[in-house]
Design a protein around this ligand. Structure first.
Ligand code: GCB
Length: 572
C-alpha cells in the first residue's frame, strides 16, 4: 500500500509500486500501523499484488469481485483501468478476460476514504492550521463512529461459463402447512434452466424448469427466529450451476404489531457496529461467530446493521443461526445541524436544500436490496439513520427513496431510524414508514443522570406516537448509556456500570407498558472506536460488552430480562 496524491499515482499505475508497505486484505488500514498520520490518512491509497492465472482458466469467463472497498475504489489490471465504484459497503465486480494474461498479473486497487455531502455515509473534512503554519485534515463521518477504511472485505477472482446465471430472486409464502416458492432467475442468454430444491437432509422437495416459476413445498419447515431452517435451491443453466440457500417465512406489519410467520414478534437485541481490534471494520469471521454466540448467551434474537450493510458472511451466519436482522443502508449523517460537529456542522442551513446524496442513496438502496433480498434473516430495510426528518423538504427527499425500496422488494416493511427530537408531531418522514424506529437518550444526553425525569419524558413521547400512529409498531432502535468497565458506585452515577444497568432497566419498565412497542435494541452491543472528543473515552462506551467482548453488569441484567421474554406474543 502506498500513500500519495491521485494524479501522481495515475501515472504510477503503469509501473509496479516499489517499497510498498505491507497491508493485509481484508482489513481496515487505520490500526495496522502506528502514528496519527497513518491512522488519519485522508485521500487515496494504493493496494497492489500479483496473482498467477493458469492457462486453463483463460477459456472461462473471469470475474474480479470486490466485496467492500471503503468508500471508493478504482481497479486496474496490469496497469489498465478496469472498473470503479462508489459506496464502501456493497460489492462490485467486472469481467476481466481482456485484461488477464497467462501467468503473473498485477492487480492494483486505488481506495479513497473521503466522504462528503454527496456520499454515504455523509461526512465532512475538517481542515485545520497549526500555529507553526502546518495544516492537517481529518475526514469524519457525520456521526461518531470512526472512519475505518481500506479494502474491508474479500477480493476474489471467480470463473463462470460464457453463458451464466447473474442473479436469482426468491420469494416465499405460506399456505396452511405448505409453502410456495417463487423464483426469478437472471441470465445472459437462453440456455435450458432447471431448478431443484433440497431440504437440510439433502432430500429433494421440489423441482421445476424455466427461468421463473412458482414451486410448492409440502409440509414446509419454517425459518423461525433462533430456530432456522434453510432450504437449498440448485439452479442449473447450461454449463453453469449456482446454489442459493433460502428460508421460508413471512413478514407483515399489522395492527401495531410486527408479525413473523403470522405471529407477533418481539425484537430483543442490539444496534451493532462492524468494529474490532486491529482489523477495524474489516471482515472478521471468528468475531462474527463470537458475537452471535454472545447474542444467544444474553437471550437476544435480533440486531440492526447500524449504520451500513454488514458483510455477506455475517448475514449468512444470521440466516443459519436464526438472528433476525434490520438491514440498514449506509445513509447516516444526512443532517447538517447536529450539534456534535463530527463531520459537518452548518448551523441554520437546510439539509435538504444543500445535500447531494440523491444519486448515491438510490444506488445504495438498489445495491443493498439486490445483495440481501434472499436472506431470510433480513425482515426490514432501514432507509437511513438519524436524518434531518423534522426539516422542511425531508418528505420530498425520502418519498422517492421509499418508493424505490418498495418497488424493488414488496415483501419487507420499511423504516427510517429517528433522531431524538423528531417526535410524532414534527417528524415529516413518519407517514412513509411501516415501523417507527426511535433512537432515544433521555437521561444521558438530556436530563443527564436523572432517570426519573427521563422516564417521564420518554413516556410522554411514546404516548404521542401511539396516539398519532396507532397502527404502526414501535421499535427502540437505540437507547443506552456509556459505562467504563470497572467503574462502580453504590449510588449510581453516569459512566458507572451500575448507572448503565439502571438506565436500561428504567427504559425496559416503560417499554413494558405499551403494546405497540415491539422491540428493544440497546445501543450498543459492544464498545466501539469513535471519533475523538470529550464525550468519547477511547471510543463509544455504550457497549453492553467491552470491545474485547467481556460482559458489563448490564449484560447480566439484560440476560435475566430477555431470558424471560418470549420471541412471540410477549404482549398479548
Ligand atoms: C446515535 C447514533 C449512534 C451514536 C449514538 C451515541 O443516536 O445513531 O451512531 O453512536 O447516538 O452513542 O451517541
Amino acid at each position: 500500500m502506498e500513500f500519495d496524491g491521485e494524479e501522481l499515482n495515475e501515472k504510477l499505475v503503469q509501473t509496479p509500486i516499489v517499497n510498498a508497505q505491507l497491508m493485509p486484505v481484508p482489513s481496515s488500514f487505520n490500526d495496522i500501523n502506528e502514528g496519527v498520520e497513518f491512522r488519519d490518512h485522508y485521500g487515496w491509497m494504493w493496494y497492489e499484488r500479483t496473482v498467477t492465472v493458469p492457462k486453463s482458466l483463460l477459456s472461462q469467463r473471469l470475474v474480479l469481485r470486490l466485496d467492500a472497498v471503503t468508500h471508493q475504489g478504482k481497479v486496474y489490471i496490469n496497469g489498465k483501468f478496469v472498473t470503479q465504484h462508489r459506496g464502501g459497503f456493497t460489492p462490485f465486480e467486472a469481467e476481466i478476460n481482456e485484461f488477464i494474461i497467462e501467468g503473473k498479473n498485477r492487480i492494483t486497487v486505488a481506495v479513497c476514504n473521503i466522504i462528503d455531502e454527496s456520499t454515504l455515509p455523509v461526512g465532512g473534512v475538517y481542515v485545520g492550521q497549526r500555529k507553526d503554519g502546518s495544516t492537517f485534515k481529518i475526514v469524519n463521518p457525520n456521526m461518531d463512529f470512526f472512519n475505518y477504511a481500506g479494502i474491508n472485505r474479500s477480493v476474489r477472482i471467480y470463473t463462470t461459463p460464457k453463458n451464466y446465471i447473474s442473479d436469482v430472486t426468491i420469494k416465499t409464502d405460506i399456505a396452511n402447512s405448505d409453502a410456495t416458492v417463487r423464483y426469478d432467475i437472471e441470465t445472459n442468454g437462453n440456455e435450458h434452466c432447471t431448478v431443484t430444491i433440497y431440504d437440510e437432509e439433502g432430500v429433494q422437495v421440489a423441482e421445476g424448469s424455466g427461468q421463473s416459476g412458482t414451486l410448492m413445498i409440502k409440509d414446509a419447515k419454517l425459518w423461525q427466529p433462533l430456530n432456522a431452517y434453510l432450504y437449498s435451491m440448485v439452479i442449473k443453466y447450461g454449463d453453469d450451476e449456482y446454489t442459493e440457500q433460502f428460508g421460508i417465512r413471512t413478514v407483515e406489519v399489522k395492527d401495531g404489531q410486527f408479525l413473523i410467520n403470522g405471529k407477533p414478534f418481539y425484537f430483543k437485541g442490539f444496534g451493532k457496529h462492524e468494529d474490532n481490534h486491529i482489523s477495524g471494520r474489516g471482515l472478521n469471521i471468528p468475531a462474527y461467530v463470537k458475537d452471535i454466540n454472545l447474542m444467544k448467551w444474553i437471550g437476544a434474537n435480533s440486531m440492526r446493521t447500524a449504520h451500513y450493510p454488514y458483510s455477506e458472511e455475517f448475514l449468512r451466519l444470521c440466516d443459519r443461526e436464526g438472528i433476525v436482522v434490520i438491514d440498514e443502508c449506509a445513509a447516516v449523517g444526512l443532517h447538517f445541524n447536529l450539534s456534535d460537529s463530527f463531520g459537518i456542522w452548518r448551523p441554520g442551513v437546510n439539509t435538504w436544500q444543500h445535500i447531494k446524496t440523491h444519486n448515491d442513496h438510490q444506488n445504495a438502496i438498489r445495491e443493498l436490496i439486490r445483495r440481501d433480498k434472499n436472506h431470510p434473516c433480513v425482515v426490514m430495510w432501514s432507509i437511513s439513520n438519524e436524518a434531518a426528518e423534522t426539516t422542511e423538504g425531508a418528505y420530498e427527499y425520502f418519498k422517492p427513496m421509499f418508493d424505490l425500496a418498495r418497488k424493488l422488494d414488496n415483501t419487507r416493511p420499511l423504516t427510517n431510524v429517528s433522531l431524538a427530537g423528531s417526535v410524532s408531531s414534527n417528524n415529516l418522514v413518519a407517514p412513509l414508514v411501516d415501523v417507527v424506529c426511535l433512537n432515544r437518550y433521555y437521561g444521558w444526553y438530556t436530563q443527564q443522570g436523572d432517570l426519573i425525569t427521563a422516564q417521564i419524558e420518554l413516556e410522554k413521547e411514546i404516548d404521542g406516537w401511539v396516539e398519532k400512529y396507532p397502527e404502526k409498531p414501535i421499535i427502540f432502535a437505540e437507547y443506552g448509556a456509556d459505562s467504563i468497565n470497572g467503574i462502580h458506585d453504590t449510588t449510581p452515577v453516569m459512566f458507572t456500570e451500575e448507572f448503565q444497568r439502571d438506565f436500561i432497566a428504567a427504559y425496559s419498565e416503560s417499554f413494558d407498558k405499551y403494546k405497540n412497542i415491539v422491540g428493544e435494541h440497546v445501543w450498543n452491543f459492544a464498545d466501539f472506536y469513535a471519533v475523538q472528543g470529550i464525550k468519547r473515552v477511547q471510543g463509544n462506551r455504550k457497549g453492553v460488552f467491552t470491545r474485547e467482548r467481556k460482559p458489563k453488569i448490564a449484560a447480566h441484567w439484560l440476560k435475566s430480562r430477555w431470558e424471560n421474554i418470549p420471541d412471540f406474543e410477549y404482549k398479548k
